[in-house]
Design a protein around this ligand. Structure first.
Ligand code: MEV
Length: 329
């Protein structure tokens, strides 16, 4: 099977240049969920796409003082991190403990292109990058299962009850099916173009997951039926991808958006971008990730249409947009 190449064009320039040859570094990337988010928390499958060019990089240095994280030129001891960065502190501490390394005199600098709280896996990506930087400093092996367990420790702080899809997709090199805590590659029968656009509305994944649980528990038969329908759409989407049935797949994405809305994770800004994408010729569109804001994903069957769809979403208020080309293979 040929590798799937994901390329990305941006509506906004990358904001920084990277420094060369650090001693102990780690990196990971962003992810988008094509279909199956939220249902994945309840054991249903989901499909995720790695977004390779949106990255998090971490570098570990020995600097006198307490264990600290540095971002945007500011270094903060992990014990003083604001609540929304608590999970990256957990990633650093858990990795140092795993490798039996001292916490003092360590500073980890983190840089991320990934918009936070936007559904693109920023927290899992940061955890991966930090854990890999610590592993490189320890110069010791780390199995995939051990790495996953460490990222999940951090994700439990960020999300409460993470399914594990973000932990797997932010290190994967190609689109994957997530089921039962494990991933398998998706066969892609025909090239497809995905447009990810950012509403600019920031939302907590943990709160969205808790909100869905409240909706499901308030009316268990209805909630279970909605999750089951999402699971069914995802299994059908896998077959559509395999056979290159992109129009059918598009319809399932739009249908998934209605189910996610019914689970309470919609937002008027999502509706605006979904409507703009469909009006501009996308074959399907829905939120991606936790919802309540964040990003949407739209699909087209050719590259030129993808650019048109991205422009239409920018005109409808998207603050950033990226086109991902997925080759058959
Ligand atoms: C977040 O990217 C995906 C959710 O399904 C949560 C999870 O699976 O951990 C909303």
């Amino acid at each position: 099977m040929n590798p799937v190449h994901l390329t990305l064009s941006e509506s906004q320039p990358m904001p920084h240049a990277r420094t060369a040859e650090p001693r102990a570094t780690g990196s990971a990337h962003a992810k988008g969920i094509l279909v199956g988010e939220h249902a994945a928390v309840y054991g249903h499958p989901a499909i995720a796409l790695p977004i390779l060019p949106l990255r998090t990089d971490a570098e570990l240095r020995h600097v006198p003082g307490p264990l600290s994280l540095r971002a945007d030129g500011i270094s903060v001891p992990v014990t003083e991190l604001p609540e929304r960065f608590a999970s990256v502190g957990v990633a650093a501490r858990a990795a140092l403990d795993f490798f039996d390394l001292a916490h003092d005199d360590v500073e980890i600098e983190v840089h991320s292109d990934i918009p936070p709280r936007a559904g693109l896996g920023a927290s899992a990506s940061a955890a991966h990058a930090i854990i890999e930087a610590v592993r490189a400093a320890a110069d010791a092996p780390l199995s995939d299962a051990q790495r996953y367990a460490l990222v999940q420790q951090a994700e439990r702080v960020a999300h409460g009850n993470p399914s594990g899809i973000d932990a797997l997709a932010t290190r994967a090199r190609r689109p994957l099916i997530f089921a039962d805590g494990a991933s398998t590659p998706v066969v892609i029968g025909a090239p497809a173009w995905f447009v990810v656009a950012d509403t600019g509305v920031r939302a907590s994944t943990g709160e969205a997951v808790a909100g869905v649980r409240a909706v499901v528990e308030a009316d268990l038969p209805r909630g279970t039926a909605l999750l089951d329908q999402l699971g069914r759409l995802t299994r059908e989407a896998v077959t559509d991808l395999e056979h290159g049935r992109l129009s059918e797949l598009g319809g399932r994405l739009t249908a998934a958006q209605e189910l996610l809305d019914a689970l309470g994770v919609g937002h008027p800004a999502i509706d605006r971008l979904v409507a703009a994408a469909l009006a501009a010729g996308a074959v399907g569109a829905k939120l991606t990730g936790a919802g309540r804001g964040g990003c949407i994903i739209a699909m087209t069957t050719d590259a030129a249409r993808a650019e048109t769809v991205r422009d239409a979403m920018t005109a409808a208020g998207a603050v950033a947009g990226w086109v991902l080309a997925v080759e058959a293979g």
